[in-house]
Design a protein around this ligand. Structure first.
Ligand code: SAM
Length: 224
């Protein structure tokens, strides 16, 4: 019933007659046509991030892992005050996202940067520290899990006080705590949970989720 409840709640809370609902559906269809994996957030999860950005008046959000641009388009389409910077290393995903963002009419609000996130974050960090780019009020980490902790530390360094860093796909059907199951994906998830818990200036929680994306969850960390 998890999928059915997601479908029911999003259809009532975000009916298809709403402005921008069509743009979001078109993004999913175009990403499917381009052969992208179905790894985007669910509508409910993406809406939650959008509402968070609105209620905390975020003006600059950072995303690591664009895919076809679905989560970035959700955040920008619901928040006229928001500028999203999103990083994608796969050329085909990057080009698909660019096209989806152009078609959404949000090209002025979403900047997609093509490159490996560690390199791109290094450049963004220099720009933030030299005052050429504002720091971020929200970061969504949704890329290669093995680098979760590296991304977290780099994002923390360019985050505003009282901002949030969210790291997706932490729980993975509960395998987060299956200690026999020691692949690099899970090590990356455990590393960020355990190190964020000890990091000065960070207060975090793992929030387990169920829905059309199955049983998973994210790390939600407040940077003071
Ligand atoms: N946030 C997207 C959404 O909800 O619509 C989904 C992102 S998908 C789960 C992960 C993306 O991260 C993929 O497109 C993948 O190519 C990208 N990625 C993986 N490793 C990366 C890296 N080192 N640097 C930048 N992007 C990376």
């Amino acid at each position: 019933r998890w999928e059915a409840v997601d479908a029911y709640s999003i259809s009532h809370g975000h009916p298809s007659t709403r402005p921008n609902a069509r743009v979001l559906q078109d993004t999913i269809s175009a990403s499917d046509t381009a052969g992208l994996p179905r790894h985007a957030l669910s509508a409910s999860q993406a809406k939650f991030l959008s509402l968070h950005c609105r209620t905390t008046n975020v003006t600059h959000a950072l995303e690591i892992g664009t895919l076809g641009g679905y989560s970035a388009i959700w955040m920008a389409s619901q928040n006229p005050q928001l500028h999203v910077t999103t990083i994608e290393y796969d050329e085909h995903h990057y080009k698909t996202a660019q096209k989806n963002i152009e078609l959404s009419g949000l090209a002025d609000h979403i900047e997609v940067i093509n490159g490996a996130a560690l390199d791109v974050l290094g450049r963004i960090s220099e720009e933030v520290h030299s005052g050429r780019r504002p720091s971020f009020g929200f970061t969504f980490i949704d890329a290669d899990k093995v680098n979760n902790w590296n991304y977290f530390l780099m994002a923390k360094d360019i985050s505003k006080p009282n901002s949030v860093i969210c790291v997706d796909n932490i729980v993975r059907d509960g395998h987060l705590v299956s200690f026999g199951d020691n692949d690099s994906y899970l090590r990356g998830c455990r590393e960020v949970v355990e190190k964020a818990g000890k990091e000065p200036g960070v207060d975090s929680v793992v929030l387990q989720t169920v829905g059309e994306k199955g049983y998973d969850g994210w790390l939600w960390a407040v940077i003071s």
